[in-house]
Design a protein around this ligand. Structure first.
Ligand SMILES: Cc1cc2nc3c(=O)[nH]c(=O)nc-3n(C[C@H](O)[C@H](O)[C@H](O)COP(=O)(O)O)c2cc1C
Length: 333
């Protein structure tokens, strides 16, 4: 199942148009979870009710976002330091939402403490508050997206609660999915960065885990072009041309990771708001690629490529792609 990107409970309850647009979706996405960011119990509960009315199938709460501004507001991963406050939010949201809708939370293994004990504390409180499951990303807030996800710490949480635990961090292949389950005992696996610009990962994981394939499916250059153009068309239809043009600045980076001559196309995409031109730039880029272009994208190295909302994502030591082929997004985006 998929989740939408987090939305701020405050913006949602204040009927912020941009936030509402972020929740646009289609029937094909179902079942679909939505995720709330916030630390005020009443506001989170009110926002959760709005999400239920919009038809989401699951309400998740974000207690893992590491971004400074978010943490400064006491939200996201800052709630690892306020377990009692977090529990008040869990209870308020659980009580506000009909029992048929699962309510879950996602957090990190700790704020600064690498032991996993802070995540255990939050997970126990989530269970006591009646939440249906927890997702644990095995990094601390201090780590951001660097270092390795600590699957043993996820195992600590699994051992401490009876509700399902979903393991997250550094799962890119079926072999990773098998190992995170072996190491942590987790009940499910959540994919993060591996899915960016690489929608084939989900089928590869399924087929790999079911033993249907020995090696991951590698889409052709033509299929990658069609998929990116389809992704763009969906963005346009769901959020409109302006938002789609801005989003394409990062989406094209994801899909063209490691491909030759990608820089010129990416710079051109970043410098226009004309959606027809963006579609042409993408088509022309793929059309000039050799049929044996490198496979897409190297999921372990894409985070080198840009900043997300002011967040600098650290270099990945595993990355074999030359840094100069990547583009840095302007901070203002
Ligand atoms: C660009 C970007 C956006 C993200 N947005 C969210 C989000 O909205 N909610 C959330 O819980 N985690 C979010 N994450 C974190 C991922 O869900 C995941 O926990 C993290 O990347 C670790 O998994 P990975 O190593 O498989 O990428 C985001 C990560 C990135 C890189």
């Amino acid at each position: 199942m998929c989740y939408l990107e987090m939305v701020s409970a405050q913006s949602l309850t204040r009927e912020n148009v941009k936030t509402r647009r972020m929740l646009n979706t289609t029937e094909a996405d179902k079942p679909l979870g939505a995720q709330l960011l916030g630390c005020d119990p009443k506001m989170m509960a009110d926002a959760a009710v709005i999400l239920v009315e919009l038809g989401f199938d699951l309400i998740d709460m974000n207690l893992g976002c590491p971004v400074k501004k978010v943490v400064g507001n006491g939200e996201g991963s800052a709630m690892l330091k306020d377990p009692a406050g977090a529990e008040r939010v869990f209870r308020a949201v659980r009580d506000a939402v009909p029992s048929r809708i699962p309510v879950t939370m996602k957090t990190r293994k700790g704020f600064k403490d690498p032991s996993g004990d802070e995540a255990v504390e939050l997970a126990k409180r989530a269970e006591a508050a009646g939440l249906s499951a927890v997702t644990i990303h095995g990094r601390t807030q201090a780590q951001g997206y660097s270092g390795r996800s600590d699957w043993e710490a996820i195992g600590k949480v699994k051992a401490a609660v009876k509700i399902p635990v979903i393991g997250n961090g550094d799962v890119l292949t079926a072999a990773d999915a098998k190992r995170i389950r072996e190491v942590s005992g987790c009940d499910g696996v959540m994919i993060g960065r591996g899915g960016l610009g690489n929608p084939w990962i989900y089928k590869n994981l399924d087929d790999g885990l079911e033993g249907r394939i020995d090696a991951p499916y590698v889409p052709s250059v033509a299929e990658r072009k069609e998929t990116l153009l389809k992704h763009f068309a969906l963005e346009r239809s769901l959020i409109g041309d302006r938002g789609a043009a801005l989003n394409m600045r990062r989406i094209t980076v994801w899909y063209t990771q490691g491909l030759p001559h990608n820089k010129v196309m990416r710079v051109a995409v970043c410098n226009t708001m004309d959606c027809d031109l963006i579609a042409k730039l993408i088509s022309d880029f793929f059309d000039q690629l050799p049929a044996d272009a490198p496979p897409p994208p190297c999921p372990s190295c894409w985070p080198n490529s840009y900043r997300v909302s002011g967040l600098t994502i650290n270099d990945s030591p595993e990355c074999a792609h030359p840094l100069e082929s990547l583009i840095v997004r302007p901070d203002t985006l």
